[in-house]
Design a protein around this ligand. Structure first.
Ligand code: HEC
Length: 122
């Protein structure tokens, strides 16, 4: 199931890569972290009582970390898919909220190897 979604997301990502205009700047994980704190942390910080963290703990039962920043399996394409489409009751984010460039930064941040990310050291 997850593999099928990942496959579809990968395909979408490839199309997007071909179709997307070249970014003025390369995606920057440091800016991505700011996007995460502004839009995602309220539900996805490491606190197990937060909605996103709790839902992902329930979904994966510890197979992967419940906190997004501790994950090592996320790709920019996967992050973009969930951010633009939403999942369960996580609402999709519009381009007026998170621009394509900010989304690329966010994807770079969340797909970085976890030791570089806040929360990974806990
Ligand atoms: C209102 C709370 C909320 C906010 C804000 C939120 N999310 Fe979520 N998110 C959730 C919930 C709840 C789920 C789990 C849904 C489920 O059970 O599959 C989720 C799931 C995800 C997943 C899927 C992970 C997986 O493996 O299934 C990703 C990726 C994700 N969120 C990224 C983000 C990002 C990036 C942001 C910020 C732009 C964000 N979310 C903002 C609540 C939120």
């Amino acid at each position: 199931m997850t593999a099928r979604i990942a496959g579809a997301v990968l395909a979408l990502g490839l199309v997007a890569t071909v179709a997307a205009p070249a970014w003025a700047e390369a995606p920057d994980p440091a800016r991505g972290k700011q996007v995460f704190q502004a839009w995602c942390a309220a539900c996805h910080d490491p606190n197990p009582r937060l909605a996103g963290t709790l839902a992902l703990q329930t979904k994966y039962q510890g197979e992967v970390p419940a906190a997004l920043e501790a994950r090592t399996d996320l790709t920019p394409e996967l992050v973009a898919f969930f951010v633009r489409n939403g999942v369960a009751w996580m609402a999709p984010f519009r381009k007026t909220e998170i621009s394509d460039a900010q989304l690329a930064d966010l994807g770079a941040y969340l797909s970085k190897p976890s030791p570089a990310k806040k929360g990974a050291a806990r």
